[in-house]
Design a protein around this ligand. Structure first.
Ligand SMILES: C[S@@+](CC[C@H](N)C(=O)[O-])C[C@H]1O[C@@H](n2cnc3c(N)ncnc32)[C@H](O)[C@@H]1O
Length: 703
């Protein structure tokens, strides 16, 4: 039954903190992996004793999962944190999930960098092609042809390039085969069967085994002869498929490679990891170890010989709900979710935000003491706060495309912070992102306005058992995507009544985070960086050298600051003097991630040592869907400061973005960044609030 969102008094989960001094949240950024040792490479994960050679004495033996390889499916993990399975007496490694998340984050970071490179390469090829066409090159059509070829050249798959960059650990659910390869579950981005090959035969651990030996199969669900369920899989061997066409069988399969690997597994009673791919999306669910119990050859639907392998799940492994395959567009049964409000935004958002309640009986809508708020899409400036003036924008037209030309891109370290893929994804978290603003020449579709484009995913506010209301998405959200901005009243922090027990205050702490103040993790380093200076010089010299052909040095300066110079002594002196002059003229370029901060922020950074953030966003009475997003110690979102309409860092926009690929119906959370023991009650006693995020590495307290 749908009830209107009327104001009603509800007992609120926050009731325990009445009388508290209003706890303050800060924008804890995405956490970088502190301990590189946490990340183990594939080589260690797929250590033969773990995966590759799995001697199982009897099909029911639990020896198959007797060490650290434990499936950690998110659905299972969420359902029973307290009853995490013990296999052969060994508890599941608690932070496996966290390590996987970190690994996938690293992979996605590399991946998005490669996507960015690829987009730039294509844009340049297109621009060159256009320029060459218009200049009607004297050398006939040769250049035009070359540029065309460059533009058309098949892209260097960013995901495959990223695989080589990441170092890995065990996983749960993957959104692409490439992610699985990264994590080491499966070593082929195309083949369904991953084997230990003949070349490993000399290793001691394979003595006595016939090779190849299969270690992992992916049930893709897209071949005509596949029929699978969860306890038992009938797997069609490899070979003979029309891989470029409709995947139909076009010739007989042969008992070799992966097929032989599976046959050998049966002979040696070696278990195989089964993973399920999804037909429409590229997502994969990691399934259980299974034993090949039978195999045979038969004529397939197309009349060609195919090998069939029957695999039975080995007992003693966690129950998986792997039939929950995540679609890019999840079809949600609203009646099952008990809708209590059709759209909490009251039509203000482009996509309605329903509220559902499966917890209360009868189900109630998100209303009550703390939930009676006015929905707003935009920040509202409290009385007395002056809106800063808008910066001069870039001169681009339509959409900003060339980072060498766009002045906004230059502020971001001479690259656009977003790639176009999936409607705009942030390549990596930054101290601050400079987006295009009101005075820019580009239009609303510009990629450098990604966070200004409103909601893109079907969000749902849902009642959680112990955290009040929370937010999740019905759509798959790729990492780096914008979820929403934190909206509310923009106030001075001293305008917040400390006795008001307001849990909806978000401190705008970009500067504090930059400096790593108050125990906050400094997400960025402030270091002296000469790359911008070098870039400037290289530019001047490059132009000069073009003019005078050979009289000047050629200087190549890369973003990393590495340069190669072919120089004449006089130019070396010019460079040296220029460098010394600029560095002593209070013109130090400081670097925050990839962002160069204009000099005037230096004073702000210095000033920000003690007092804490000057401004905050109070969403208690006015806000948007962000006010319902809960905290997690292992969040899937991160906070990104964004500047677009002005460049006042103290009043930066606070935008929540996806840290991971987020499957539909997974709760969206970010790290509130409370400093433990920083919240006091009126008597000056430390106030505590339990954390119910359920993460394996939960620190058990919100504050
Ligand atoms: C900004 S509100 C989030 C939305 C809130 N759950 C609601 O129902 O309106 C912050 C409050 O939610 C609750 N909360 C958020 N994350 C939590 C967590 N991990 N564990 C326990 N309570 C949490 C706390 O009561 C916190 O003060």
């Amino acid at each position: 039954m749908v009830v209107p969102c009327v104001v009603r008094e509800l007992s609120h989960p926050n009731d325990e903190c009445t009388e508290a001094v209003a706890p303050r949240r800060c924008s804890m950024r995405i956490k970088t992996l502190k301990n590189e040792e946490q990340a183990r490479c594939r080589s260690s994960i797929v250590e033969p004793k773990v995966f590759k050679k799995r001697k199982v004495d009897t099909p029911s033996s639990q020896a198959v999962v007797d060490n650290d390889v434990v499936t950690d499916h998110p659905v299972v993990a969420e359902a029973s944190q307290s009853q995490r399975p013990q296999i052969n007496g060994n508890a599941i490694e608690k932070s496996a999930h966290a390590r996987v998340t970190e690994t996938i984050r690293r992979f996605n970071k590399h991946y998005l960098h490669f996507v960015q490179e690829e987009e730039i390469r294509c844009e340049r090829a297109k621009a060159d092609q256009k320029a060459k066409k218009t200049s009607k090159s004297k050398v006939g059509n040769t250049y035009v042809q070359e540029a065309e070829d460059d533009g058309k050249r098949s892209s260097k798959r960013p995901d495959l390039k990223a695989i080589s960059k990441a170092c890995i650990d065990v996983g749960h659910q993957f959104f692409s085969r490439a992610e699985m390869v990264v994590v080491g579950f499966h070593n082929h981005w195309l083949n369904g069967i991953d084997c230990v090959g003949q070349s490993s035969g000399r290793k001691a651990e394979y003595q006595g085994y016939k090779l190849p030996l299969a270690v992992s199969i992916v049930v893709s669900g897209q071949y005509e002869d596949d029929q699978d369920n969860y306890e038992e899989v009938v797997y069609t061997g490899q070979g003979g498929n029309d891989l470029l066409g409709n995947k139909r069988q076009i010739k007989d399969q042969v008992m070799e490679r992966g097929n032989l690997g599976l046959k050998n597994c049966m002979e040696h009673s070696v278990a195989v990891r089964v993973t399920r791919g999804h037909r429409c999306a590229s997502s994969h669910d990691i399934g259980p170890f299974s034993q090949v119990v039978n195999h045979w050859a038969e004529k397939g639907i197309s009349g060609f010989t195919v090998f069939k392998f029957r695999l039975k799940r080995v007992d003693g492994q966690p129950v998986l709900t792997t039939n929950q395959v995540f679609h890019l567009f999840y079809i949600v049964s609203v009646s099952l979710l008990k809708l209590v409000c059709e759209d909490i935004s009251g039509g203000l958002e482009d996509i309605p935000i329903p509220a559902t309640n499966l917890v209360d009986d009868p189900p109630v809508a998100p209303t009550g003491k703390y939930l009676c708020f006015t929905y707003s899409r935009d920040i509202i400036y409290a009385k007395g706060i002056k809106f800063p003036s808008a910066p001069t924008g870039c001169n681009c037209r339509g959409s900003c495309l060339d980072p060498r030309v766009c002045s906004c891109a230059k502020l971001n370290g001479s690259d656009f912070p977003y790639v176009h893929k999936d409607g705009g994804r942030l390549v990596e978290p930054k101290a601050v992102v400079f987006e295009c603003g009101p005075n820019c020449g580009c239009g609303p579709a510009c990629v450098n306005r990604t966070s200004q484009k409103g909601l893109r995913y079907r969000l749902e506010v849902f009642r959680t058992p112990n955290k009040g209301w929370g937010v999740r998405s019905w759509d798959y959200i790729p990492s780096g995507a914008t979820i929403c901005e934190y909206i509310g009243f923009l106030k001075k922090t001293d305008q917040i009544d400390p006795a008001a027990d307001n849990n909806y205050v978000f401190d705008i702490d970009c500067l504090q985070t930059m400096k790593g103040l108050d125990g906050r993790e400094a997400s960025v380093q402030i270091i002296f960086d000469c790359s911008d200076f070098l870039f400037l010089f290289s530019y001047v010299i490059d132009i000069s050298s073009r003019i005078s052909q050979r009289a000047f040095p050629i200087l190549l300066c890369q973003r990393s600051g590495i340069m190669t110079i072919q120089f004449s002594p006089i130019w070396a002196l010019v460079l040296l003097f220029g460098f010394v002059f600029l560095s002593t003229c209070d013109f130090l370029q400081r670097r925050l991630g990839e962002v160069s901060l204009p000099g005037y922020w230096q004073k702000d950074v210095e000033k920000t040592s003690d007092g804490g953030p000057e401004y905050c966003i109070d969403a208690v009475s006015v806000g948007n869907v962000a006010r319902f997003i809960n905290h997690s110690c292992q969040p899937n979102l991160f906070v990104q400061c964004v500047l677009s309409t002005h460049h006042d860092i103290g009043l930066a926009r606070v935008v929540l973005m996806a840290a991971d690929n987020i499957p539909p119906l997974q709760e969206l959370t970010y790290d509130y960044g409370y400093i433990l023991d920083s919240v006091m009650d009126r008597d000056g006693k430390v106030k505590q609030m339990s954390c119910y995020c359920g993460a394996a590495d939960c620190r058990k307290r919100l504050f």
